[in-house]
Ligand binder design. Structure first.
Ligand SMILES: CC(C)(COP(=O)(O)OP(=O)(O)OC[C@H]1O[C@@H](n2cnc3c(N)ncnc32)[C@H](O)[C@@H]1OP(=O)(O)O)[C@@H](O)C(=O)NCCC(=O)NCCS
Length: 172
């Protein structure tokens, strides 16, 4: 069994798009209307938007492979790419998604450890993320690996305002 982390580049755009749409759909379609899902997917994962994010030097996308198959992906942001003004000492995990059949096998934890390594290499003091208040599985996972709630913010899923819990893990 081989687990590998590979940083994505411009050539990975279409693959990244496919994995992003698949995992977002699988995670949220049962709790959201088809209209709001469609609006979000079109806005967040259109090729132009993803290309902009992929080529932003303050963001990084990483695929996690199990043998030759992609098991999931991670997106991290620093500096101005962070979706809240958390400052230069913070690193944001904006997206962490494991494909259904690979969940609960340690891949999510592996990606969190990758984010911790990236943050430590850059002397960051903490890692933070926003998680939908209704995403109980993810909240349990984050608590299990040492994140604590430090705030909240709202965002739009289509035309519906929803609330994210902000969770932080201190590194020093
Ligand atoms: C949330 C997610 C990233 C977790 O990754 P994962 O690979 O399934 O979790 P892991 O196998 O690495 O679990 C790590 C630890 O968390 C625990 N854990 C994971 N999910 C859990 C849950 N729903 N409830 C309680 N504990 C959980 C595991 O038992 C494990 O504990 P251990 O280290 O003592 O064995 C993954 O399930 C996922 O992608 N879900 C759908 C997308 C999503 O919600 N992403 C987050 C958006 S903010």
């Amino acid at each position: 069994m081989t687990v590998k982390i590979i940083k994505c580049n411009r050539e990975d755009l279409q693959l990244l798009r496919e994995i992003s749409i698949e995992t977002f759909n699988d995670t949220f379609r049962n709790q959201n209307s088809p209209e709001n899902m469609k609006a979000y997917l079109e806005r967040a994962f259109n090729s132009k938007q993803l290309e902009k994010e992929l080529t932003n030097i303050s963001s990084g996308f990483y695929f996690i492979y199990f043998n030759d198959e992609i098991a999931g992906y991670l997106k991290v942001n620093i500096n101005d790419a962070q979706s809240e003004k958390m400052g230069d000492e913070s690193l944001e995990i904006e997206r962490i998604y494991i494909r259904n059949k690979f969940q609960r096998k340690g891949f999510g934890k592996y990606l969190i450890n990758t984010a911790v390594e990236i943050a430590e290499e850059q002397n960051k003091e903490n890692i933070w993320l926003g998680v939908w208040e209704k995403n109980e599985n993810a909240i349990c996972f984050y608590k299990k690996i040492g994140f604590v709630q430090t705030g909240a913010h709202s965002f739009y899923m289509g035309n519906e305002e929803q609330f994210d819990v902000i969770m932080t893990k201190t590194l020093i």
